[in-house]
Design a protein around this ligand. Structure first.
Ligand SMILES: Cc1cc2nc3c(=O)[nH]c(=O)nc-3n(C[C@H](O)[C@H](O)[C@H](O)COP(=O)(O)OP(=O)(O)OC[C@H]3O[C@@H](n4cnc5c(N)ncnc54)[C@H](O)[C@@H]3O)c2cc1C
Length: 421
């Protein structure tokens, strides 16, 4: 009889886990509290697959920059002070992790994970056989200032040392690559290994594929408890009609994004996760756009062309699960976009409806991925912050390896979910 895995969360991490578990012959049930099955962050993000992002979020220099940004309501980063022990612990860990040693430790692993995921995306896209906007054009790190370009050029040298195809381009070379848009930049770094796709289309196609291959979806179903019985694991559920029940399987995968910490706590596991709210604006019929995914470096804003629409996103707001839209942060994104794209009409930005999503942010820039300590039948997969979409496929593969009792294809020591207590 085949084994049954219960996956909590229908985001990119949950669906990717379900995909790889099903391929290994598991019966799989995905439990998702949203009635339509829409994991907001995974459907609406910028869709960039980022081997270029091998420096973790917590890195030297980040703290000083972040402190300056805290004073500016339009800046791309903010932490709302509040009386929370979890926030205090997270901030302390973040500060402790922003070291050269951590970048040296984490960088090669992040690169290996992202490169593996990039390969798996190519395979997945062919297997799905539907257009999900897969665009292997790399990424442009666009620099408005010479200082920004000098810093990015140093990063490009580090990227080349790690084997990436990273080149510094002057404005003429950027124009030759992109042509159409009017840009106010001094140059860019182009990293060839990156790619982008339409996250909403990918999620829909992946879910349809999973349903066709026999994965069950329990939507509108909130998991309120997780238990490990030694011989198997169990979840407590609140069903759409608000009735409560339990469901037993051989293993449970906690892939509940920013909400994972509440479930992990029931197993005595402390994940230091903060929801990092991000914003985006998607222009339906843009007059200015880039075909290659881009980061507007000094502004920390991303742009992607998704199905002919131009998505401009950014901001990391650490303010709990507050869904309100800050007009000041939106204004910050709009002004940044117009600084780099001077001919982008303000009206196009004002007409685009704002979108927000929560990234599950760990304090040391690394996901939590592994078995819950002392609970061999529960696997935790979260904390991917700004690269959860990129790392979805490789995370799913590693989750399936762990649940199946195989040795993981990458060393997961640094990702131990128990590393923060
Ligand atoms: C503006 C923005 C741009 C981004 N751009 C990129 C990008 O270009 N590239 C990239 O790699 N990443 C990007 N990200 C990050 C990426 O979106 C996230 O890291 C990723 O979507 C996280 O996926 P997840 O599956 O862990 O969580 P989610 O997508 O949040 O899914 C978790 C799911 O679990 C469900 N859930 C939670 N608790 C329960 C429960 N108790 N019971 C049942 N269900 C539950 C939730 O309803 C949710 O559907 C971006 C994020 C933002 C905000």
């Amino acid at each position: 009889m085949s084994r049954h895995a219960l996956v909590v969360g229908a985001g990119v991490i949950g669906l990717s886990s379900a995909y790889h578990l099903r391929r290994r012959g598991f019966e799989v049930t995905v439990l998702e509290r949203d009635r339509a099955g829409h994991a907001v962050a995974s459907y609406g993000n910028a869709g960039i697959v980022v081997p270029s992002h091998f420096v973790p979020l917590a890195a030297p220099g980040v703290i000083g920059q972040a402190l300056k940004w805290l004073l500016d309501p339009m800046s791309p980063f903010s932490v709302r002070p509040r009386p929370s022990l979890d926030l205090l612990r997270w901030s302390w860990r973040f500060w402790r992790s922003a070291t050269v040693a951590q970048v040296r430790r984490a960088g090669p692993l992040l690169l290996a994970l992202n490169l593996a995921s990039r390969r798996l995306y190519s395979e997945l896209v062919s297997e799905l056989g539907v257009d999900v906007g897969f665009t292997p054009r790399g990424i442009l790190m666009l620099c408005h200032t010479q200082r920004g370009l000098d810093e990015e050029a140093a990063m490009a040298a580090a990227a080349r040392d790690l084997g990436l195809d990273a080149r510094v381009l002057d404005l003429a070379a950027v124009r030759a690559l992109e042509g159409s848009a009017e840009l106010d930049v001094v140059g860019a770094v182009h990293v060839a290994e990156d790619a982008h796709l339409d996250p909403g289309a990918l999620m829909q196609a992946l879910r349809a594929h999973l349903e066709r291959t026999g994965v069950r979806f329990a939507l509108g179903t909130e998991v309120t408890g997780v238990r490990d019985h030694g011989t198997g694991a169990e979840v407590e559920l609140r069903l759409p009609d608000t009735q409560r029940t339990t469901l037993r399987g051989d293993a449970v995968v906690i892939a509940a994004g920013s909400w994972s910490a509440q479930l992990a706590r029931q197993l005595g596991l402390r994940l230091l996760l903060q929801p990092g709210k991000g914003y985006s604006l998607t222009i339906e019929r843009p007059s200015q756009y880039l075909r290659t995914a881009a980061i507007l470096v000094e502004a920390r804003v991303s742009t992607t062309l998704i199905g002919g629409r131009f998505r401009i996103g950014g901001t990391m707001e650490i303010a709990g699960f507050d869904e309100r839209v800050s007009q000041a942060r939106l204004e910050g994104i709009k002004r940044s976009a117009r600084r780099y794209f001077p001919r982008l009409p303000r009206a196009e930005l004002d007409e685009a409806a704002p979108w927000t999503g929560f990234r599950p942010v760990s304090p040391d820039g690394l996901p939590y991925l592994g078995r819950a300590p002392r609970h061999a039948n529960v696997v935790v997969a979260t904390g991917h912050a700004m690269m959860g979409f990129s790392l979805g496929p490789v995370t799913g593969q590693l989750v399936a390896e762990l649940v199946a009792g195989e040795s993981p294809t990458l060393d997961l020591g640094l990702l131990d979910p128990g590393r923060h207590g």
